[in-house]
Ligand binder design. Structure first.
Ligand code: EAX
Length: 323
């Protein structure tokens, strides 16, 4: 009797262990909605991981900062309490300082330039800097070029930004740059931004069209100016120990899945950029789409001189010179 029980118990335990080994579930999160350029990135990634590992790995997807804002999720990935996250580079320099340079204003000419840098030697070398910080960086993706919105006035000239109280990302380069415009900067995690705009805690914020649209900022912001002042990269990060535990073939599967996620992400950014202005106008925003960029660049000359000192002109030029 007792022996039978023992055998049954053992059988159950072995069965449980086998099924646990058969499927491992991991978690990935974003701070934007599922119906967004970030949503398609992680949905595609999850689907591809499952497909490429024959269903042995499953990735659960979380949206709208359900597991916390970007800084919190990246921190959780570093600690290993969450396996994966997809984040903008907003909070990333606080973990991997080498990435700071990517958020320098007016560094990239256009998306093709930025993608070429990130996919080329400079971006790929930067991915390896995550290794010693507890991460495996799987792939770069993007938010796109950031633009200014506010509830006070049309911003046509850089001087119009003076005195606006704006939410910024928790990123030292952004904060320094926007102060250079005369903006009163209020760093804040993304999940709090909509309410802050709604309640008037801040006058404005800045984000790419795909974020403005998916976050429905048109409901709480009247004025949009296409300043394109910063290119905003995103990244797939994974806990280093979780990645190292994978077999060589599974590591490749995760890397390839992230690449597919990036493809879907960039295609959606292009789509949102193409349709975004008309969409936001139809929802009642005024859109200034013909600013004299040179004036905005000139307004940041003193700040950019600081950045040249900090990062080195040669290093910045290496990025600028990528064709
Ligand atoms: O990644 O915090 C931000 O403004 C980010 O651009 C947003 O969370 C999307």
């Amino acid at each position: 009797m007792q022996l039978t029980r023992l055998v049954v118990g053992l059988g159950l335990a072995i069965g449980f262990m086998a099924s646990a080994a058969a499927q491992t579930t991991m978690r990935i999160s974003i701070s934007t909605a599922q119906n967004s350029h970030q949503g398609v990135a992680i949905d595609t990634f999850a689907k591809e991981v499952e497909k490429r590992t024959g269903g042995r790995y499953k990735v659960q997807t979380f949206y709208n900062g359900a597991l916390g804002g970007e800084r919190e999720s990246v921190e959780a990935v570093q600690l290993g309490t969450q396996e994966l996250a997809f984040s903008s580079t907003g909070p990333i320099p606080n973990f991997v300082p080498e990435t700071k340079i990517l958020d320098v204003p007016f560094l990239f000419r256009d998306k093709a330039h930025a993608r070429a840098v990130l996919d080329g030697p400079i971006g790929q070398e930067m991915l390896t800097k995550f290794d010693s910080k507890g991460f495996k960086a799987l792939a770069w993706a993007e938010n796109g070029f950031r633009h200014m919105t506010n509830s006070k006035r049309d911003v046509k000239e850089p001087g119009d930004l003076k005195g606006l109280k704006m939410r910024t990302m928790e990123n030292p380069v952004h904060i320094a740059a926007y102060k250079g415009f005369g903006i009163i900067t209020t760093p804040m995690a993304f999940p709090e931004v909509f309410t802050a705009l709604q309640q008037g805690t801040v006058d404005g914020q800045e984000n790419p069209l795909p974020v403005i649209i998916s976050a429905k900022f048109d409901q709480v912001q009247k004025h949009l100016t296409l300043t394109g002042h910063v290119y905003s990269p995103c990244i797939f990060v994974m806990n280093k120990a979780s990645f190292d535990k994978l077999s060589a073939a599974d590591k490749q599967a995760f890397l390839d899945a992230a690449k597919e996620g990036t493809k879907a992400n960039r295609a959606r950014v292009d789509e949102d950029d193409a349709k975004g202005v008309a969409d936001l106008r139809s929802k009642g925003m005024t859109v200034i789409d013909n600013v004299d960029k040179a004036k905005f660049v000139a307004a940041l000359a003193p700040v950019n001189a600081e950045f040249e000192k900090q990062f080195g002109k040669a290093t910045l030029d290496k990025i600028r010179d990528v064709k």
